[in-house]
Design a protein around this ligand. Structure first.
Ligand code: NAI
Length: 302
């Protein structure tokens, strides 16, 4: 079973380096026409930093026989993103795949973090992904085909010291994915999250050199390729690093009906271990499932 993207058009944001670059190269190598988006400059070295990062990746794709165009929009700029989508559709007639990958860090412990940096990180990760997805959404609905990936993070899923802003933004993307996968289902739009671990500019100072050596960004990309393929799942949170792949779930324990009496708070305290018991845990199919479980238990208690 080989995964191919012939005839498919993909937009990868933040694809001038790191993970996005590897995603773009791999999509193009497997036949996709790729919009390589990045607002940054290329790292000095290959071309002395004279080219934009996106242009350098496009050159690499073309040199390997692939098809790509560069785009320099910031994902936070609605008008520029709308123009990027217009250009992709104008050039190739459709958008099948959107990889929301662009991102930044502004790490500090929460006590030292100012709210301007909190807003900035939310703006790039959450609003950037929402803006790009919104720009492509109606096109995907009309063509009854879409594959969208939100790049989340273990920092959002599980927390990380110094990353309150980033973790909040990354977990918000999981929430966006949950609802868009439900709303997109009838139009064959599948939406998933990728939680990568990779040695990139973003993680340079954060991990020791021998650990980083194991974490080539291209070892994450196979997971991305599956999540945007014809046979992709939907509503998955796929974790990936160093060639290992895991799946994360947002689960619900079966719970305990404690009641609504004056001593209910003490009841929650007394039964907290049973409330937390994971034996009959489920992955609810939507938010309404939690309410149904609660009301069903309350009815059964009458
Ligand atoms: P990177 O810094 O190498 O790449 C991010 C790219 O996004 C850069 O080329 C940058 O110019 C671009 N970018 C930033 N803001 C932009 C904007 N407003 N508009 C357009 N482009 C913009 O970092 P890396 O590691 O490749 O990160 C890619 C994604 O993976 C990010 O969303 C990051 O949060 C996520 N991630 C990375 C992890 C890792 O271990 N490297 C861990 C978890 C998540």
């Amino acid at each position: 079973m080989s995964i191919r993207f012939n005839g498919k058009v993909a937009v990868v944001t933040g694809a001038g380096g790191g993970l996005g670059k590897q995603h773009a190269l791999a999509l193009a190598a497997r036949g996709a026409k790729v919009v390589v988006n990045d607002f940054g400059r290329a790292a000095p070295g290959a071309d002395g930093g004279a080219l934009s990062a996106a242009d350098a990746v496009v050159n690499e794709i073309r040199a390997a026989g692939g098809t790509a165009i560069a785009n320099h929009a910031s994902v936070t700029d609605e008008a520029a993103v709308a123009a990027m989508v217009r250009e992709a559709v104008g050039t190739w007639g459709r958008i099948d795949i959107l990889v929301n990958n662009a991102g930044i860090l502004r790490d500090k412990s929460f006590g030292k973090m100012d709210l301007a940096d909190f807003r900035l990180v939310l703006d790039v990760h959450l609003m950037g992904a929402a803006i790009c997805t919104k720009a492509a959404w109606d096109i995907m609905r009309a063509q009854k085909y879409g594959r969208i990936v939100m790049t989340t993070s273990s920092s959002g899923l599980y927390g990380n010291f110094g990353q309150a802003n980033y973790g909040a933004a990354k977990m918000a993307l999981v929430g966006l994915m949950q609802t868009l996968s439900i709303e997109g289902a009838k139009d064959n739009i599948r939406v998933n999250c990728l939680a990568p671990t990779a040695a990139t500019r973003m993680t340079e100072g954060l991990m020791p050199a021998d650990v980083l050596a194991k974490l080539a960004p291209e070892s994450v990309t196979p997971g991305l390729l599956y999540l945007v393929s014809e046979d992709a799942p939907t509503r998955a949170i796929l974790c990936a690093g160093a060639g290992t792949f895991e799946r994360a779930y947002i689960t619900l324990t079966d719970g305990v009906h404690v009641g609504t009496g004056p001593d209910a708070a003490e009841g929650v305290a007394a039964r907290f271990a049973a409330i937390s018991d994971r034996t009959d845990e489920t992955v609810p199919e939507n938010g309404g499932t939690q309410g149904k479980n609660e009301v069903a238990k309350a009815m059964a208690a009458i």
